[in-house]
Write a protein that binds this ligand. Structure first.
Ligand SMILES: N[C@@H](CCC(=O)N[C@@H](CS)C(=O)NCC(=O)O)C(=O)O
Length: 209
């Protein structure tokens, strides 16, 4: 049994989507980051970086922070969504790292400057807006002739998808990135993706791409 500490954000949804795909039982603990739940001493024991998501695996007692590490751990534990083939496996790691170090941080900053605080920092809007566009182009190229980012459907797809689902906040027109748009809709059609998106609670409809 997994305890998932999460909120209605892309990093949190990555884990709930994976858990839904794996079909393993999990208990959801809402950590409302808007009201500071991530700063409590209780949460800090599990998530020492004061950020969601975090998990505790009740089978082993292991607690983990950092969504990329959590995805890798769960995929390994259950032997799914992470290829055994060495090349496909390291490519999956490569694109998971790309999401963790590129798409997530850049898109996250674009949410701050383009969506929540427009007009406050022209340089930041330009910098993060153009980086997000560049990253969408990179993903669009990677998806040329492919149904999924690397080989079969994997944790790399599940890591990137919730960030792309915020394309409106990033002022991205998905039609400008047709391979990303087709891939986005392919994942959107999955029941587990829809269920995982609405954890820990429903926050409106899922953008349809
Ligand atoms: N690299 C971390 C980033 C986690 C992260 O940024 N979480 C955000 C929500 S998506 C958060 O908890 N923010 C609360 C805060 O900054 O106080 C991961 O991938 O797990």
């Amino acid at each position: 049994m997994i305890d998932l500490y999460t909120w209605t954000t892309p990093n949190g949804r990555k884990i709930s989507i994976l858990l839904e795909e794996l079909g393993v039982p999990y208990t959801v603990h809402s950590i409302n980051i808007g009201q500071g739940d991530q700063k409590t001493p209780e949460f800090l024991k599990i998530g020492p970086n004061n950020k969601i998501p975090a998990i505790v695996d009740q089978d082993t007692g292991l607690s983990l922070m950092e969504s990329g590490a959590i995805m890798w751990y769960l995929a390994e534990k259950h032997g799914k969504f992470l290829s055994k083939d060495p090349v496909e496996r390291i490519r999956t790691m490569e694109w998971l790292m790309w999401q963790m170090a590129g798409l997530g941080p850049m898109a996250g900053q674009s949410h701050h400057f383009l969506h929540f605080n427009p007009g406050k920092a022209e340089y930041a809007e330009e910098r993060f807006g153009s980086e997000v566009k560049r990253l969408y182009s990179v993903l669009n190229t990677q998806l040329e002739g492919r149904d999924y980012i690397v080989g079969d459907y994997s944790i790399a797809d599940m890591a990137c998808w919730p960030w792309v689902s915020r394309y409106e906040w990033q002022q991205i027109n998905l039609a400008d990135y047709p391979n990303v748009q087709t891939w986005y809709k392919r994942l959107l059609a999955r029941e587990a993706v829809q269920k995982g998106y609405h954890v820990p609670k429903v926050m409106g409809e899922i953008p349809q791409g």
